[in-house]
Design a protein around this ligand. Structure first.
Ligand code: CAA
Length: 381
């Protein structure tokens, strides 16, 4: 595999790095503390094209490849993982689904404004009883003449309280298991729709997460994404792409924690020398660096496979699994290197540690990634 970056990939990474360093990094602790949604920064990212990196230029996107996207997302998450969450949902879970299955009218109405972040999207799959068991959808959509009547509830939806529209998974056939699931593009100004108050979270606190409720909401039939009964396949394929982004997010957090640890270890003195000279600390540094590089290679491999149009379900799960567990391990070690200082809010590593945890949970837990990987491996025999 060729990991030599193209000129375009380097430009996209540098654009994201400059914005992250100059704008996001200085404000990340503030937004984490206040849990305020960083609307202005997100809007600026929309103007720069960072919310539509892989969306084709004909719909107002940048038309970059997945490698460029993950490099940019890593840079953003290095500075502010909460903003990175919004970037990954808008680009990937929302943008990718509309690019692949949207009708020309849906692309005009939803994808184009989403590309510049004039419209915010959300991906509404999880329900109170359907987390890891995503096929257990109970939100019902009953077809009546020219519309669907939607009733039900969604849980833990990123952007749920601020979204203009949802990529909404519903059950259209109660008897058909996963083949009875469909996908609708849902306008959040539809009467009968309500979003709960923002959830209070351990990490990525500036991102909005909300429970959603649907009571006799009418959705025009032309808002069906793909075919009736195709919803579960759409959900899974969108997650295949999304998980590469979560791997990039985890990597960004790990990288930030690692760099902070290097700096601290060179400055902090104990027993008369900088702690970087103690082998106990050097071993932590060595493990952090090695895991980050391995996670980087898995993430780039998954992105390359996707860009080549090759199967990438397993590669995406491997990248997400390894990178998220790396983020958790590296941020834990980063606090250890910092000692008591790392436990205080004066240093950023405690935020990195809190932000890292979600990467082992959303878009499929580490346990679900292992199931996906094992299934793929066993199928190959
Ligand atoms: N691509 C295409 N099709 C797929 C697929 C994929 N990646 N994975 C499964 N399918 C198909 C299968 O081929 C099968 O089709 P057929 O019946 O035609 O053969 C069908 O889907 C059902 O497959 P399974 O029997 O494997 O399905 P399952 O019910 O056992 O579930 C699972 C599999 C992998 C556990 C899945 O439920 C899963 O991924 N769960 C985790 C859900 C998840 O990640 N949720 C995240 C919520 S979104 C989020 O977090 C976003 C956010 O806020 C940021």
């Amino acid at each position: 595999m060729d990991f030599e970056l193209t000129e375009e990939q380097r430009m996209i990474r540098d654009l994201a790095r400059d914005f992250a360093t100059e704008v996001l990094a200085p404000q990340a602790a503030h937004f984490d503390e206040t849990e305020e949604y960083p609307q202005e920064n997100l809007k600026k990212m929309g103007e720069l094209g960072l919310m539509a990196l892989t969306i084709p230029q004909e719909y107002g996107g940048i038309g970059a490849d997945t490698v460029g996207y993950v490099l940019a997302l890593e840079e953003i998450c290095k500075a502010d993982a909460a903003v990175g969450t919004v970037m990954s949902v808008q680009n990937s879970l929302v943008g990718h689904g509309l690019v692949k299955w949207g009708t020309p009218q849906q692309k005009e109405k939803y994808l184009r404004p989403a590309a510049t972040f004039q419209k915010i999207g959300a991906y509404a799959l999880s329900e109170p009883q359907a987390g890891s068991d995503a096929a257990n959808q109970r939100t019902m959509a009953v077809k009546k003449d020219d519309h669907y009547l939607v009733n039900g509830a969604k849980n833990f939806i990123t952007n749920g309280g601020v979204a203009d529209f949802l990529i909404l998974f519903v059950r259209t056939d109660p008897q058909a298991g996963h083949k009875g699931i469909s996908c609708l593009v849902f306008d959040t100004d539809t009467p009968g729709f309500t979003a709960g108050k923002p959830e209070r979270k351990l990490g990525i606190r500036a991102s909005n997460t909300a429970a959603l409720s649907f009571e006799n909401c009418e959705v025009p039939v032309e808002n069906l994404l793909g075919q009736e009964g195709e919803g579960f396949k759409i959900a899974m394929q969108v997650l295949d792409a999304g998980r590469i982004g979560i791997a990039a997010q985890a990597l960004g957090i790990a990288q930030a924690a690692y760099e902070a640890s290097l700096k601290f270890a060179k400055e902090r003195e104990q027993f008369g020398v900088p702690i970087a000279q103690h082998q106990a600390v050097q071993f932590l540094i060595a493990d952090m660096a090695t895991r980050i590089q391995a996670a980087q290679l898995l993430t780039l491999r998954a992105a390359l496979l996707k860009d080549k149009g090759e199967p990438h379900t397993e590669a995406a799960s491997m990248a997400k699994l390894y990178a998220s567990e790396t983020a958790m391990q590296v941020t834990t070690n980063a606090i250890q290197v910092h000692g008591g200082y790392g436990y205080m809010k004066d240093y950023p590593v405690e935020r990195y540690f809190r932000d890292a945890k979600i990467t082992e949970i959303y878009e499929g837990t580490s346990q679900i990634q292992r199931i996906v990987i094992a299934n793929q491996e066993l199928q190959m025999q």
